[in-house]
Design a protein around this ligand. Structure first.
Ligand code: BGP
Length: 474
């Protein structure tokens, strides 16, 4: 049997995409609350457009999302019915520190998560908690400029210490930053950055990168001090870059693009900035804001495991501005002629998961955790409200098969698998509901209308069987 008996099967969500309750329980405003759906979404996500005010007139999908704030108990019961061993979720920073720089945390926010973790425990579900999943208090963006400011490290440290202390014994698995490499592509989501007129954007991104890496290492240190049982992971938006062909120029280009993603994990797992990055930044005249003692903190506090999201592989090709491009997780890549694509144009490559797992494992030699994978599709309920999502089952079965081979045939150590959006939620890329990933259908449309009723899809029973057979019955 490739998967151990403790293999952590489950699903994943993020607070801003499912909780709603944006102004309840003392919660403060976060960047994610200020991102509308529609044509303005992308320029805001990428920090190109300023939008730091909240006006009730607009429709902001994260505001109510699927209202898990009020439905969490029933939703957890559905996860338990599927047999989840783990549930990946995130903490909304602004529920704990509404503005981000307060002295004292908001008790109501802490209690909200404590209740969830206690219920998880009762149901035999191990929580896997992302400390920040694309969220940052608006106050910290307005007052301090987001992660380009070193003070953010201290605010994050305080958040981390507060939750590690309060949830000691309830949560053991933590991820410091969701898809940390995404800050280069979606800087408002990843680092609370809104670019000033004429600002050197690359410089701002690498200031933010160093501060997040430092904050991640400090959180790792604190977590281990508070409870040696804590296991801390980093989180990468993964997907191997393939060279377009065997032209050595394309092979080199693929290597470069892989480096741009992996340098974050090199720091978090190997404890130092890789030379390829330092040399590139030197050539581009971009500075890392390294202060005395920082490098020691990075070196001494590396992660226990490597987690990542995988939706697709990517392709690298040089000197071809007209190359055919395919959409992907936030940023696009050259089209791979061997692959089919989802309705959103994300190319589907199950074998790429095995390839990606091998590359990451070879590089770091630490246990891996697949914390996001799945198919975003337009689900159409039949007249009885039932969704027969065979396409999702096919996608997931094919990926799990390859993941199994990586473990069984290649010897990759793997802690678990949590499929993305196990219950339908708001899409990070589009801000809409119609791009669904779940085993559970939620009656809500792109304009915030619907009863919020939850209904199991065909994939619900399928996944239940996968977990019960520990990945044998696909
Ligand atoms: C990742 C994020 C998730 C999630 C997923 C799917 O980048 O960590 O938050 O949303 O991608 O992307 P989308 O929602 O755009 O389909």
């Amino acid at each position: 049997m490739p998967f151990s008996k403790d293999f952590l099967w489950g699903g994943a969500t993020a607070a801003n995409q499912c909780e709603g309750g944006y102004n309840q329980g003392g919660r403060g405003l976060a960047n994610v609350d200020l991102v509308p759906h529609g044509k303005d979404r992308f320029p805001i996500i990428t920090g190109e457009m300023k939008h730091l005010e909240f006006d009730e007139e607009h429709f902001y999908p994260a505001k109510e999302a699927i209202d898990m704030y009020h439905h969490w108990k029933d939703d957890l019961a559905l996860f338990a019915e599927m047999g989840f061993k783990t549930y990946r979720m995130s903490i909304a920073w602004t529920r704990i520190f509404p503005k981000g720089d307060e002295q004292e945390p908001n008790e109501e926010g802490l209690q909200f998560y404590e209740d969830i973790f206690k219920e998880c425990k009762r149901l035999g579900i191990e929580p896997l908690v992302t400390i920040t999943h694309f969220d940052c208090p608006v106050h910290l963006i307005k007052e301090y400029g987001g992660w380009r400011n070193r003070k953010m490290v201290g605010f994050y440290e305080k958040l981390a210490r507060t939750i590690f202390t309060r949830f000691k014994g309830l949560v053991r698995y933590w991820l410091t930053f969701n898809e940390i490499n995404m800050l280069l592509h979606a800087p408002f989501m990843g680092a609370g950055l809104v670019f000033e007129e004429g600002e050197n954007k690359e410089q701002a991104k690498y200031l933010a990168a160093h501060h997040e890496l430092l904050a991640s290492a400090l959180a790792t240190k604190i977590a281990h001090e508070i409870d040696p049982e804590n296991k801390i992971g980093c989180m990468l938006a993964a997907g191997e870059y393939y060279p377009f062909d065997c032209n050595p120029e394309n092979v080199l280009e693929a290597q470069k693009q892989n480096h741009d993603n992996l340098f974050f994990i090199d720091v978090q797992s190997r404890g130092k900035y890789p030379n390829y990055l330092l040399k590139r930044l030197e050539r581009e005249d971009v500075q890392l804001p390294i202060e005395t003692g920082d490098l020691e903190i990075l070196a001494e506090n590396t992660v226990d495991f490597i987690s990542f999201s995988y939706y697709s592989s990517r392709v690298a090709k040089i000197k071809d501005k007209d190359a055919d491009k395919s959409a992907g997780n936030i940023f696009e890549s050259v089209t791979n002629p061997y692959l089919k694509a989802s309705e959103w144009g994300w190319q589907i490559d199950p074998l790429g998961l095995r390839i990606t797992m091998n590359s990451i494992y070879d590089r770091y030699q630490k246990p891996l955790f697949v914390v996001e994978n799945g198919l975003g599709a337009l689900d159409k309920p039949d007249e009885n409200g039932f969704v027969a999502d065979d396409y999702r089952i096919d996608y997931m079965a094919a990926h799990i098969k390859e993941m199994k081979k990586a473990v069984e045939l290649d010897g990759v150590e793997l802690l678990g698998y949590t499929s993305w959006g196990c219950i339908d939620l708001v899409s990070a890329g589009t801000g809409e509901m119609s791009k669904r990933y779940g085993f559970i259908y939620v009656d809500r449309d792109d304009f915030g209308k619907g009863t919020l009723k939850r209904t199991s899809k065909k994939s619900f029973d399928w996944y239940k069987k996968v977990i019960a057979s520990n990945g044998e019955d696909l």
